[in-house]
Write a protein that binds this ligand. Structure first.
Ligand SMILES: C[S@@+](CC[C@H](N)C(=O)[O-])C[C@H]1O[C@@H](n2cnc3c(N)ncnc32)[C@H](O)[C@@H]1O
Length: 278
């Protein structure tokens, strides 16, 4: 019977396959093998001569990675705000800059025990609603998405974090499925212009999670309309780096208390919080 290959040889082989195709091939080889074995970094370092079972499945993953499919979709796992979330094609892979949106919301609500209703438009994998529901234990969340596939993925994460009775999922567009009073609207909407040219690995992500219209900021505009019409007191929203002035222009002459923009770690405009009253 043929012996299973050793950790060190498997790592070398994966690195050799990926090296001509993607940067940081040896790191990616480690990440793929750790996910395959469900082991951590320390185990990998101290078990170089351990045999690896079921390598066929592992090399199917390597083939997918060699086609530039994002690692997160292959391993069905993504880290966000130091938590491990389930992810699959059908929902956008959470981006690190969206962690800043979470901090912004936390900053704007002084009482973390407040009883309030949050709505998230474009829940995707559920990362925003899950992290906020963990932080605000008395808040109720209604999370909307236009994609049934995204809602399936969000449901898995909501169950994983034991939040099924706190976050309700609704299929629909923008605030159409919401009749109730909303205290706080959060959104990381699609905000890229429809004709923007994107890197090839983005082709694996749902297009309706990325493209926000001909100009790109159409969905943000529609959400602002709804916030003003429904008098939603707080609205925190992620935006593209070049969309700040459009939002400032849009709000000229409108009634509100505060508008604060925030930047990402590279110093680009990345989002804002609009506050209507008190
Ligand atoms: C940029 S992704 C954000 C996903 C997740 N909240 C995150 O931050 O990683 C935008 C999400 O908005 C959803 N979406 C697009 N158009 C929508 C609409 N008109 N109404 C509700 N959701 C929409 C997409 O399906 C996608 O899940």
């Amino acid at each position: 019977m043929e012996r299973s290959p050793l950790v060190k040889d498997v790592l070398q082989e994966i690195t050799a396959i990926l090296n001509p195709i993607i940067p940081r091939a040896s790191r990616e080889a480690q990440l793929l093998l750790m996910a395959h074995l469900q082991k951590d970094e320390l185990w990998l370092m101290t078990n170089k001569s351990t045999q690896v079972e079921n390598v066929e499945k592992l090399f199917e993953w390597v083939d997918r990675r060699a086609q530039n499919e994002p690692l997160e979709y292959i391993t069905n796992s993504v880290s966000f705000y130091s938590e491990d979330f389930y992810i699959a094609q059908g929902a956008l892979i959470p981006r690190p800059e969206t962690e800043i949106l979470i901090d912004e919301v936390m900053k704007h609500v002084s009482d973390k025990n407040a009883v309030m209703t949050f709505v998230e438009v474009g829940v995707g994998s559920g990362i925003i609603s899950v992290m906020l529901a963990k932080y605000f234990p008395n808040a109720k969340f209604i999370a909307v998405d236009i994609s049934a596939d995204a809602l399936e993925i969000a449901k898995i994460n909501i169950e994983k974090f034991g939040l099924t009775d706190r976050i309700e999922l609704r299929l629909g567009s923008l605030l159409e499925p919401i009749q109730e009073h909303v205290d706080y609207l959060v959104s990381n909407p699609p905000y890229i212009a429809n004709d923007a040219e994107l890197e090839s690995n983005l082709s694996y992500e749902p297009q309706n999670a990325l493209f926000g219209g001909i100009i790109g900021d159409e969905i943000i505009g529609e959400l602002l309309n709804e916030v003003l019409k429904r008098k939603i007191n707080f609205f925190t929203c992620e935006i593209g780096y070049d969309q700040k002035s459009k939002i400032v222009d849009y709000l000229q002459g409108k009634q509100f208390k505060d508008l604060n923009f925030y930047e990402d770690l590279s110093g680009f405009d990345r989002g804002f919080t609009l506050r209507l009253e008190h």
